[in-house]
Design a protein around this ligand. Sequence first.
Ligand code: FES
Ligand SMILES: [Fe+2]
Length: 408
Amino acid sequence: MTEHSMENMRSLIDTHQLGFALPRPFYTSPDIYDADLRSVWNQSWIWAGHVSQIPEKGDYFLFDYGPESVIVVRDGSGAVRAHMNICRHRGSRLCIEPSGNVRNFVCPYHAWVFDLGGALRSNRAMGDDFDPARYRLFPVHVTVFQGLIFICAAEDPPSLAAPLNRLAPLSAPFGMENLKRVHRASYPVPTNWKLALENYLECYHCAPSHKDYAKSHTLKDPEQCDIFTPDLQDRMRAAGLPTETIGMTEPSAPEPGAEVYWRRYPLFPGYQTGSNSGDPLAPLLGNLTGYDGGATDLGIGPLNFFLIYADHLVGYRFVPRALQETDIQIEWYVRSDAQEGRDFNLDDLIWLWHVTSLDDERIIRHNQEGVNSHRFVPGPLSAMETSIAGFYDTYFDLIRNDPGVFRG
Ligand code: FES
Ligand SMILES: [Fe+2]
């Protein structure tokens, strides 16, 4: 990034009016997209998957975002490790298949060989003074929280330890380490990743845009949500669930990028889970003793979102592919011993968040089309969009912390 464009970025952040949407260049400028990947995506924890995807030594999968590709692998000691998928010779991708099982990583170009821990084990004809220790794979940090795998490519990632310690007793009853993924889907949208993420953060659009979701989830109407919350909390206690919440703005976040959010809200009476009929979809998670008719919104860091019902978990991320190309990635999880056909019907399980994501794909696409107009001027956020304002705070903190953006 040139001095000139850094200066532009500085004055652009200054043009953002508190309580309003972001100015147009945040969704249209290649320089800002580049800064987003470097300062936000490469400096934040990203939810990459679940330990059940790589049960055996040598099992791996790739997680790709923007120009980056990360190998997430189970090493010889049973630990989950991650490396940049970049050969240290001349930079070829090491792994091409999106998942598999390997003994070592063999580069498809000139056949350098790296072990599961990232050390260079074999190289051809590099001479006597070649020191393989200097050419390990670039490491990526890993945090496993109750089975969920998070990766961070930063040299010095934001510390999740304190926020996750606070979260642990609230999420423990759901037995997240004991899940299996039964479906995943990717909804490509021709928008900047921030518009897709902002859409997820607010439920101001839920009533007008999500007919099916609005039928069952009280979050679309804060007054209704408040009315049904005391009853939900009684049912939560009966089902063995703590009723505590963790707010986005609480001091749970010691530094930008380590925010945790946890709140369970009521479904409408008659709905035990996020199903079309209101009936249960799958066996109860963890050690829950009953269907409480609630749905938990869980956020870990600025980029990772989960919705937890009594019988399944849905995970979300909004992965940048290009300036105005984003994949809405969704994964559905049930208890690891649940069997399709016997314990759950896959079409019923994924119905709600499939139809809701089709709605979202449409509204976010039209949002970007309007924002692309030179006549677009950011409008004010409503009281139901305060989470977006919180995201902007974290976003600006991360951009400002990038030495490449604000040198000196
Ligand atoms: S680029 Fe990998 S061995 Fe040459
Ligand atoms: Fe939506």
